[in-house]
Design a protein around this ligand. Sequence first.
Ligand code: AMP
Length: 283
Amino acid sequence: MQIVKNIIDLNNTLKSSKKEEKKIGLVPTMGSLHEGHLSLIKTALKSCDEVWVSIFINPTQFNDPKDFECYPKDFENDINTINSISSKINLFIPESVNEIYPDDITVDEFELGFVNKVLEAKYRPGHFDGVATIINKLFNIFLPQVVFFGEKDFQQTLVIRNLIDSFFPNISLVICPTVRNENGLALSSRNKLLSVNSYKNCGIIFGCLLFAKENYLKTDYADLLNIIKSKIEKINEFNLEYFEIRDEITLEPFGKSNNEGRFRGFICVKVEGVRLIDNLLLD
Ligand code: AMP
């Protein structure tokens, strides 16, 4: 395994890989790696000659400074975890924010359209501008053939799709299924911030998505929302930020225009103030 910490070394390393025409796969992460991340990495290992995992907690995608400050960090453990699955994986861990943002820590401008107006974008203004900024930088640095992202952050995959269609037509996007714990809770680095008791109750989030899948066609939308809200909020320290059903490509709301698309339930629950998101295809 090689660990590269700055762009100059990275460019040198990548130069020889490009010369050898290796198929490069990139898995961007913010670290605190769990089985969800590892599933992306294992998928990448199966189809690429060279796999790069980046670990960088990108400041520009945090709209809340406290969230950025509290975001879990465990680089040493991440390195050991990566090493334990394969010695063939390459890690890019920028040694400072300056490597990625040499001038100012600011976002670049992207026209992301409607995807940048609803759901996460509405509750975390500027979040996807930060995501697009870092991903655009990483894609330009690595020029990978394939990139791997998780269905867990479904709206994010639409942002990446948009970026690829606009600027990186040669990159293939692979979306890997959400990895869950035994209660159905989607694995997330943020789960580490929860108390033991709340963590045990988090299965209700996926439970609500399954409930929606079962009932959305036969229940009035407002009633469905009320039922989900009461299921969530009867648990101490659980607050529903949103539950919405939207077309999985356009993100248009279910029931507004024609209903011929494929619909997905999107949920965000604040558990002890920690935002947990999840989604499920309902069709
Ligand atoms: P993050 O470190 O949270 O930025 O996530 C890095 C990548 O891992 C993103 O593409 C996420 O969508 C993906 N990911 C995070 N959690 C999961 C999960 N439980 N299952 C599958 N992919 C995930």
